[in-house]
Structure formats: structure tokens, C-alpha cells
Design a protein around this ligand. Structure first.
Ligand SMILES: [Zn+2]
Length: 85
């Protein structure tokens, strides 16, 4: 079981990024692209795409992007809690 688990981890981290790092990076990139799009085109595509799901869903996405930003910022000084990178 442990062998299978570590093999799974190995496969997941083949490109040097663990799933947590990837998800956080993607969320921060989404936030950055959205911000850029608001600045450049006045289009908030996160609002446009997810606005239909309601204000609470938008809030959760924005909070997740914010948390990911904080964790990525911390990971510049400390390693990721999941993969120690
Ligand atoms: Zn990681």
C-alpha cells in the first residue's frame, strides 16, 4: 500500500510539482490573468464565467486565489507543506 502510494506520488511529482503546488499556481495565475484582463479590457472573466453561480461562489474563488497567493508568497521563503519544495 505504501509502495503504491509513494509510486503515485512519484508519478504526480514527475515534473517537479506536487498537486498542491500546481493547484495554487493555477489559482494565482487565474487571478493574475483576470486582473490583467480587467486592466486591459475592463473584462472580469472570473465574474463573467462564475457570476451565474452566485455571489458566494465568486467569493469562495476570490478567497481561494487569495489564500493561494499567500501560500505561494510564503513558499518563496519556506518550502511547500506537501512536497517540501
Ligand atoms: Zn508542493
Amino acid at each position: 500500500m505504501n509502495v503504491a502510494l509513494s509510486r503515485l506520488k512519484e508519478v504526480h511529482m514527475k515534473d517537479g510539482k506536487c498537486p498542491l503546488c500546481k493547484v495554487m499556481a493555477i489559482l494565482v495565475i487565474v487571478g493574475a490573468l483576470n486582473w490583467g484582463s480587467v486592466g486591459l479590457f475592463g473584462v472580469n472573466f472570473v465574474d463573467n464565467l462564475l457570476g451565474g453561480f452566485g455571489a458566494n461562489v465568486l467569493k469562495v474563488v476570490y478567497i481561494l486565489v487569495g489564500i493561494s497567493g499567500v501560500v505561494l508568497l510564503l513558499s518563496c521563503f519556506k518550502s511547500c507543506p506537501a512536497c517540501k519544495k
